[in-house]
Design a protein around this ligand. Structure first.
Ligand SMILES: C[S@@+](CC[C@H](N)C(=O)[O-])C[C@H]1O[C@@H](n2cnc3c(N)ncnc32)[C@H](O)[C@@H]1O
Length: 359
């Protein structure tokens, strides 16, 4: 068994971000509103379990199930309150984050621009046409999606993730380090991180495999710009490209490890099938695939599945339902991989991890 020695630390922040009082208060308010709602969520869950004591009697069809559970809960105060706070959070978190950024823009903009220089490279394609399934989606219902502001990558990474999401879901880097450490070899030379976004999982790879040459791809130029700053701030020579993970410009056999962390649920089934084929092409023989994504619907009962599906539906995740229904090991095997296995790593069986090998 390989024992990985991950450095127990996050990456150096690109800039020290101290929000102004008003921005900080708004960020704290919306974060606390959502997380203070935990008691409400617990009460709503209890109400659901009382109203639906046996989830197996719920309709198999998710639309019919949605209608039936909504109708059963429509007068339940805790459920209505939960819906209201989630809806408010979904509509407002991007607005609040952007306002907080604008209040400190004069302090950070120069520092961010300085981080355009360094050992990392960034290749953006001004003529790039993103796939239809991705264009025009305000992902997570964040104002403008992944790219809605000149510094949206910074806003996503440093305000939405570090000040909002981390408060609700804990150590974001730690979750990623645990997944990165599942790769079967103790060292890799050429790693491709698909859907690298602002570089959270890529950091885990860089820390675990310091000798590897790391390449990241993403559709979103603004998040890639933030990954670029992060790499430069830490002295990492990442090569970052704007392209679809299922259609990359790299030669066959260019990598010995291909990874992705919570990208697949943003893709429809056909694109995931293409992605598996692309990952297979890009790996050299003996190379490893390591993909982590959201909990499978097949690992939930019908009520849990309804909850996850409803959260995704209202949380700006149009592909989650289809994606979370896929058997990733079977798709990997169809693409030619051997030894395709899945495991559920953390609490609530999240994340769901696929590893496979190209023989
Ligand atoms: C939830 S984020 C995860 C980012 C990162 N891996 C992490 O650990 O935080 C998903 C990312 O996948 C990207 N993405 C979605 N579909 C993609 C595709 N077909 N090709 C490349 N990137 C994609 C999105 O732009 C987004 O940045």
């Amino acid at each position: 068994m390989t024992v990985h020695m991950a450095k127990d630390r996050a990456a150096k922040d690109p800039v020290d971000l101290a929000l102004r009082q008003r921005g900080r208060a708004s960020v704290d308010f919306i974060t606390l509103l959502r997380s203070a709602g935990r008691d409400v969520v617990a009460a709503a869950t209890e109400a659901m379990e009382t109203i639906v004591p046996d989830p197996s009697v719920l309709p198999e069809d998710l639309e019919a199930r949605f209608r039936e559970v909504e109708a059963a809960l429509v007068n339940e105060p805790s459920y209505r309150t939960q819906k209201l706070t989630h809806e408010y959070h979904a509509r407002m978190h991007g607005v609040v984050a952007r306002e907080a950024f604008e209040q400190v823009r004069d302090l950070v903009e120069g520092k961010l621009r300085c981080l355009d220089d360094g050992p990392a490279t960034l290749t953006l394609d001004p003529d790039f046409h993103a796939p239809d399934y991705w264009s025009g989606v305000d992902i997570h219902r964040t104002l403008g999606g992944w790219d809605g502001h000149e510094f949206q990558g910074f806003i996503h990474s440093e305000i939405i993730h570090k000040k909002m999401v981390a408060y609700m879901f804990g150590d974001l880097y730690g979750q990623r380090r645990d997944v990165a450490a599942l790769a079967p070899n103790s060292s890799y030379e050429r790693i491709l991180d698909m859907g690298c976004s602002t570089g959270y999982f890529t950091v885990a790879l860089a820390q675990l495999y310091p000798e590897a040459r790391i390449t990241g791809v993403d559709l979103s130029p603004r998040t890639l710009e933030q990954a670029h700053r992060l790499a430069n701030a830490n002295g990492w020579a990442w090569r970052l490209y704007q392209c679809a993970a299922e259609k990359t410009p790299f030669a066959s056999g260019s990598f010995d490890l291909v990874t992705s962390y919570i990208m697949l649920h943003e893709m429809p089934e056909a694109a995931i099938v293409d992605l598996m084929g692309e990952a297979f092409r890009l790996l050299e023989p003996g190379g490893d695939l390591l993909f982590a994504d959201v909990t499978r619907f097949s690992d939930m009962d019908r009520l849990q599945e309804w909850k996850a599906d409803t959260a995704a539906r209202f949380g700006g995740e149009p592909h989650w339902r289809a994606s979370a229904s896929l058997d990733l090991a079977a798709l990997a095997a169809s693409a030619g991989f051997t030894d395709a296995k899945t495991q559920n790593l953390g609490p609530n069986r999240y994340p769901h991890v696929l590893h496979a090998r190209k023989a």
